[in-house]
Design a protein around this ligand. Sequence first.
Ligand code: ZN
Length: 460
Amino acid sequence: MKLTFHGAARQVTGSMYLLKLSSGYKVLIDCGLNYEKDVPREENANFPFDPEDVDLVVLTHAHIDHSGNLPTLFGKGYEGQILCTEPTWALSDILLTDSANIEAKRVNTKRKKKRPTRRLYGYKQVMDVVEHMVTLKFGVPFKVSNELTIELVPAGHILGAASVVFNVTEKGQTKRLGFTGDLGKSDAKIVVPPTPMDDLDYLVLEGTYGSRFHKEERSAEETLLDHIQKTCVDQPGRLIIPAFSVGRTQAILFTINKLFRQGKLKNIRVFTDSPLGISSGNIHDDYVDFMNDEAQEFVRQYRDLFRFPQLDIVEDKEDEENMRKTYEPSIIVSSAGMLDGGRIQRHIANNIQNPQCTILIAGYCTPGTLGADLLEGKKTVRIGKHDRDVYARISSTDVFSAHPDQTELVSYAKSVQQKSTLKQVFLAHGEEDSLFIMKDVLSSDFEHVTVPKRNESFDL
Ligand SMILES: [Zn+2]
């Protein structure tokens, strides 16, 4: 078999790997949007293979950098199935529809600026994707043919995220290849810890945080309570938490809910302003059995993970106006996480000159985004068409991070190794520097560690 790294090679976005068996059967693992800073979005329309020749797609999870180019694949002639878990199917539906909305706005804006561009895809292609999804259960091998069996294993990260094991039999010899997909932290909120794959010959390991270490040693509850105490209790103010709609918004709301239920928080209003966050929360409610023990126990006790009496859901202009006019201590959770778009920008614009306001950035921000500018401590930032001086306080925490740090990645790889006779480890889904640091760290315990280049192929 031959494995080609068509995306997320020495970069984070655009996950896409093609596995070609000796019979000629082709499986694509993930088909994400490449949204690196220097890559025009239109470039996603060009596949380095013929989509009509692909026989099967396996999708690890719903994030757009893994799923977001699937509609283009269908637009270019792919007609086969997409294997994934049930929560991934449900989350992909809302995330890809949102992506089609963004695509329509992008094309309109360019047209107005007299720089017309082609739309990558529309709602029809999103429907094609969702209709061709076939859901698999974790841990139940799916026999595709005599030469190929596929098994999904829990990866943590976000609801329904999977690692994928390919069991390939060629010329009487069986080899096992495992893709981690994006992994989660072992102590993450809501999602289960990742299960290391076993009996592998080859491992494709994500390395998003290959060079980083999570600093926060306290629990999510202790960390968030401390921030709320300093910003809303010790001196009555406003705490704004930008959060991605899928995963982080739910983790933060669940943690706040828990603090209220434990009696550790009182008299603080909480607003959530993210339509996608709400629909994503509704999908979470449907798949409680995919969650970790803590979340399942909480649902048994209180029925609801994300809704609580102190929570106001912002649904229309009137709700938004009410929120704006709230002068008592309050918390606003809104998307997007890196502050580069979405409703959060309005909240930041309204509050950035308020010294009583704190913006808590709860995750990594790509350089060039508003989130990164604030973290860097810029005194003036551009929001929309306006430059604004920063008087609000800026803090950060990595306690809600969705990826393992270097220590956890190495320990995951060692767990796989203990149950396997690994011939080679490939590092993907990370910035180039980060992956080479990981390679150095792993090299003392693993004989062959490779950082593939984009479109590089390997005979396995
Ligand atoms: Zn992801």
